[in-house]
Design a protein around this ligand. Structure first.
Ligand code: PEP
Ligand code: MN
Length: 374
């Protein structure tokens, strides 16, 4: 790797300063916001959540390089002020992706950080262009790039004169199809061993699904990441891009809270809303996120209950022995988690009632149909 002249760990420190935010220091930097800027309201709501969660930088794509030409391509020029105003209102910095000289010129004096996306990691002309100033750059790893190719892309920016590069691991393409890409946790340590640049992680584009983002985020911090960039949308179901991998405000706040002990456990710090203001509204956002998860899980459980109906005869539906086993297991779990066991018991009495009703209903519908057919 002899051409990694400037990025190579040597006489420099790992710090990249963006306004009052330092990448590569003790503090973990959280960046949050929607995949794409869609409207002033959307990005302003996202900024409020980002701020409350302890994020320092608001993200939002204005020029979206989409895989399909028919997908939403971003608001373009008019989106810039939506992003910048929303960030400023909350005292946050902002980052957006640039895809060519035109988009770079438009956002240059407005946003605090520019992002070069995975698809443009080897757009050498663009790398040289962002290298011409000292503007901080988040350089994402290409989906099929080796660590060396990624670091050589960073070398382009440094060689052109800009030392303020923040590397971002965002998943690479492997043979695995259960996730959008595969987060390469090793790349964090490797990139940090080979360079003096800070390294952040984007779990959202690696996962492509929300359920594993908290785990990946924590793993990234434990593996030495200096920050996280996470997609969050006020209403993910309505998102114009990447809704399936966007956390809702409650989930984002919850994750931010969970990052605090993880950061501390590896000698880093992360200040989230618990360390800052904790107003009733903030707490309610967390509660809303938890309630959504509870209902989602109940819905999932009811789907499985329907499936079980097919395997049981009508007489087997109410299974007292099984209920009592489940009750005992959950009672013990509740005690372990310091959650009132009576509350769990009461909730499960209702859940069992509804499950039995549902199965009886499915069975009798089936019987009626068979009788009709006969
Ligand atoms: C993004 O950050 O919205 C994005 C397009 O990411 P990537 O370039 O990593 O795919
Ligand atoms: Mn995205």
């Amino acid at each position: 790797m002899k051409d990694l002249k400037l990025v190579q760990k040597s006489n420099n420190n790992r710090l990249v300063q963006v306004g009052n935010v330092t990448f590569g220091g003790k503090e973990i930097v959280l960046i949050g916001g929607p995949c794409a800027v869609e409207s002033p309201e959307q990005v302003s709501d996202a900024a409020k959540t980002a701020k409350k969660a302890g994020a320092k930088i608001l993200r939002g794509g204005i020029f979206k390089p989409r895989t399909s030409p028919y997908s939403f391509q971003g608001l373009g020029e008019k989106g810039i002020n939506y992003l910048v105003d929303a960030a400023q209102e909350q005292g946050l910095l902002s980052v957006t992706e640039v895809i060519d000289s035109y988009s770079l010129e438009l956002v240059f004096n407005k946003v605090d950080v520019v992002q070069i996306g995975a698809r443009n990691m080897q757009n050498f002309q663009l790398l040289k262009l962002v290298g011409e100033s000292k503007k901080p750059v988040i350089l994402k790893r290409g989906i099929a790039a080796t660590v060396e190719e990624w670091l050589l892309a960073a070398e382009y920016i440094l060689a052109a004169g800009n030392p303020n590069v923040i590397l971002c691991e965002r998943g690479i393409r492997t043979y695995e199809t259960s996730t959008r890409n595969t987060l390469d946790l090793s790349a964090i340590g490797v990139a940090k061993a080979l360079t003096y640049l800070p390294v952040i992680v984007d779990p959202s584009h690696a996962a492509g699904r929300i359920d594993i983002i908290p785990g990946l985020s924590k793993a990234a911090i434990a593996a030495g990441a200096d920050g996280l960039i996470i997609e969050m949308h006020p209403n993910p179901e309505k998102a114009l891009s990447d809704g399936a991998q966007s956390l809702n405000p409650g989930q984002f706040m919850q994750l931010a809270a969970e990052l605090v002990p993880v950061a501390n456990s590896v000698g880093r710090t992360f200040m989230n809303y618990r360390g800052a203001q904790e107003s009733l509204d903030d707490i309610r956002i967390v509660i809303d996120g938890i309630d959504n998860r509870i209902v989602e899980l109940i819905a999932e459980r009811m789907k499985v209950v329907e499936k079980i109906a097919g395997q049981k005869s009508l007489e087997q539906i109410k299974d007292k022995r099984r209920e009592s086993e489940v009750n005992t297991r959950l009672h013990n779990l509740a005690v372990d988690l310091e959650c009132p066991p009576d509350l769990v018991k009461r909730i499960y009495t209702s859940i069992f009632d509804f499950a039995v009703q549902k199965q009886i209903q499915i069975k009798s519908n089936k019987q009626n149909l068979t009788q009709e057919a006969n």
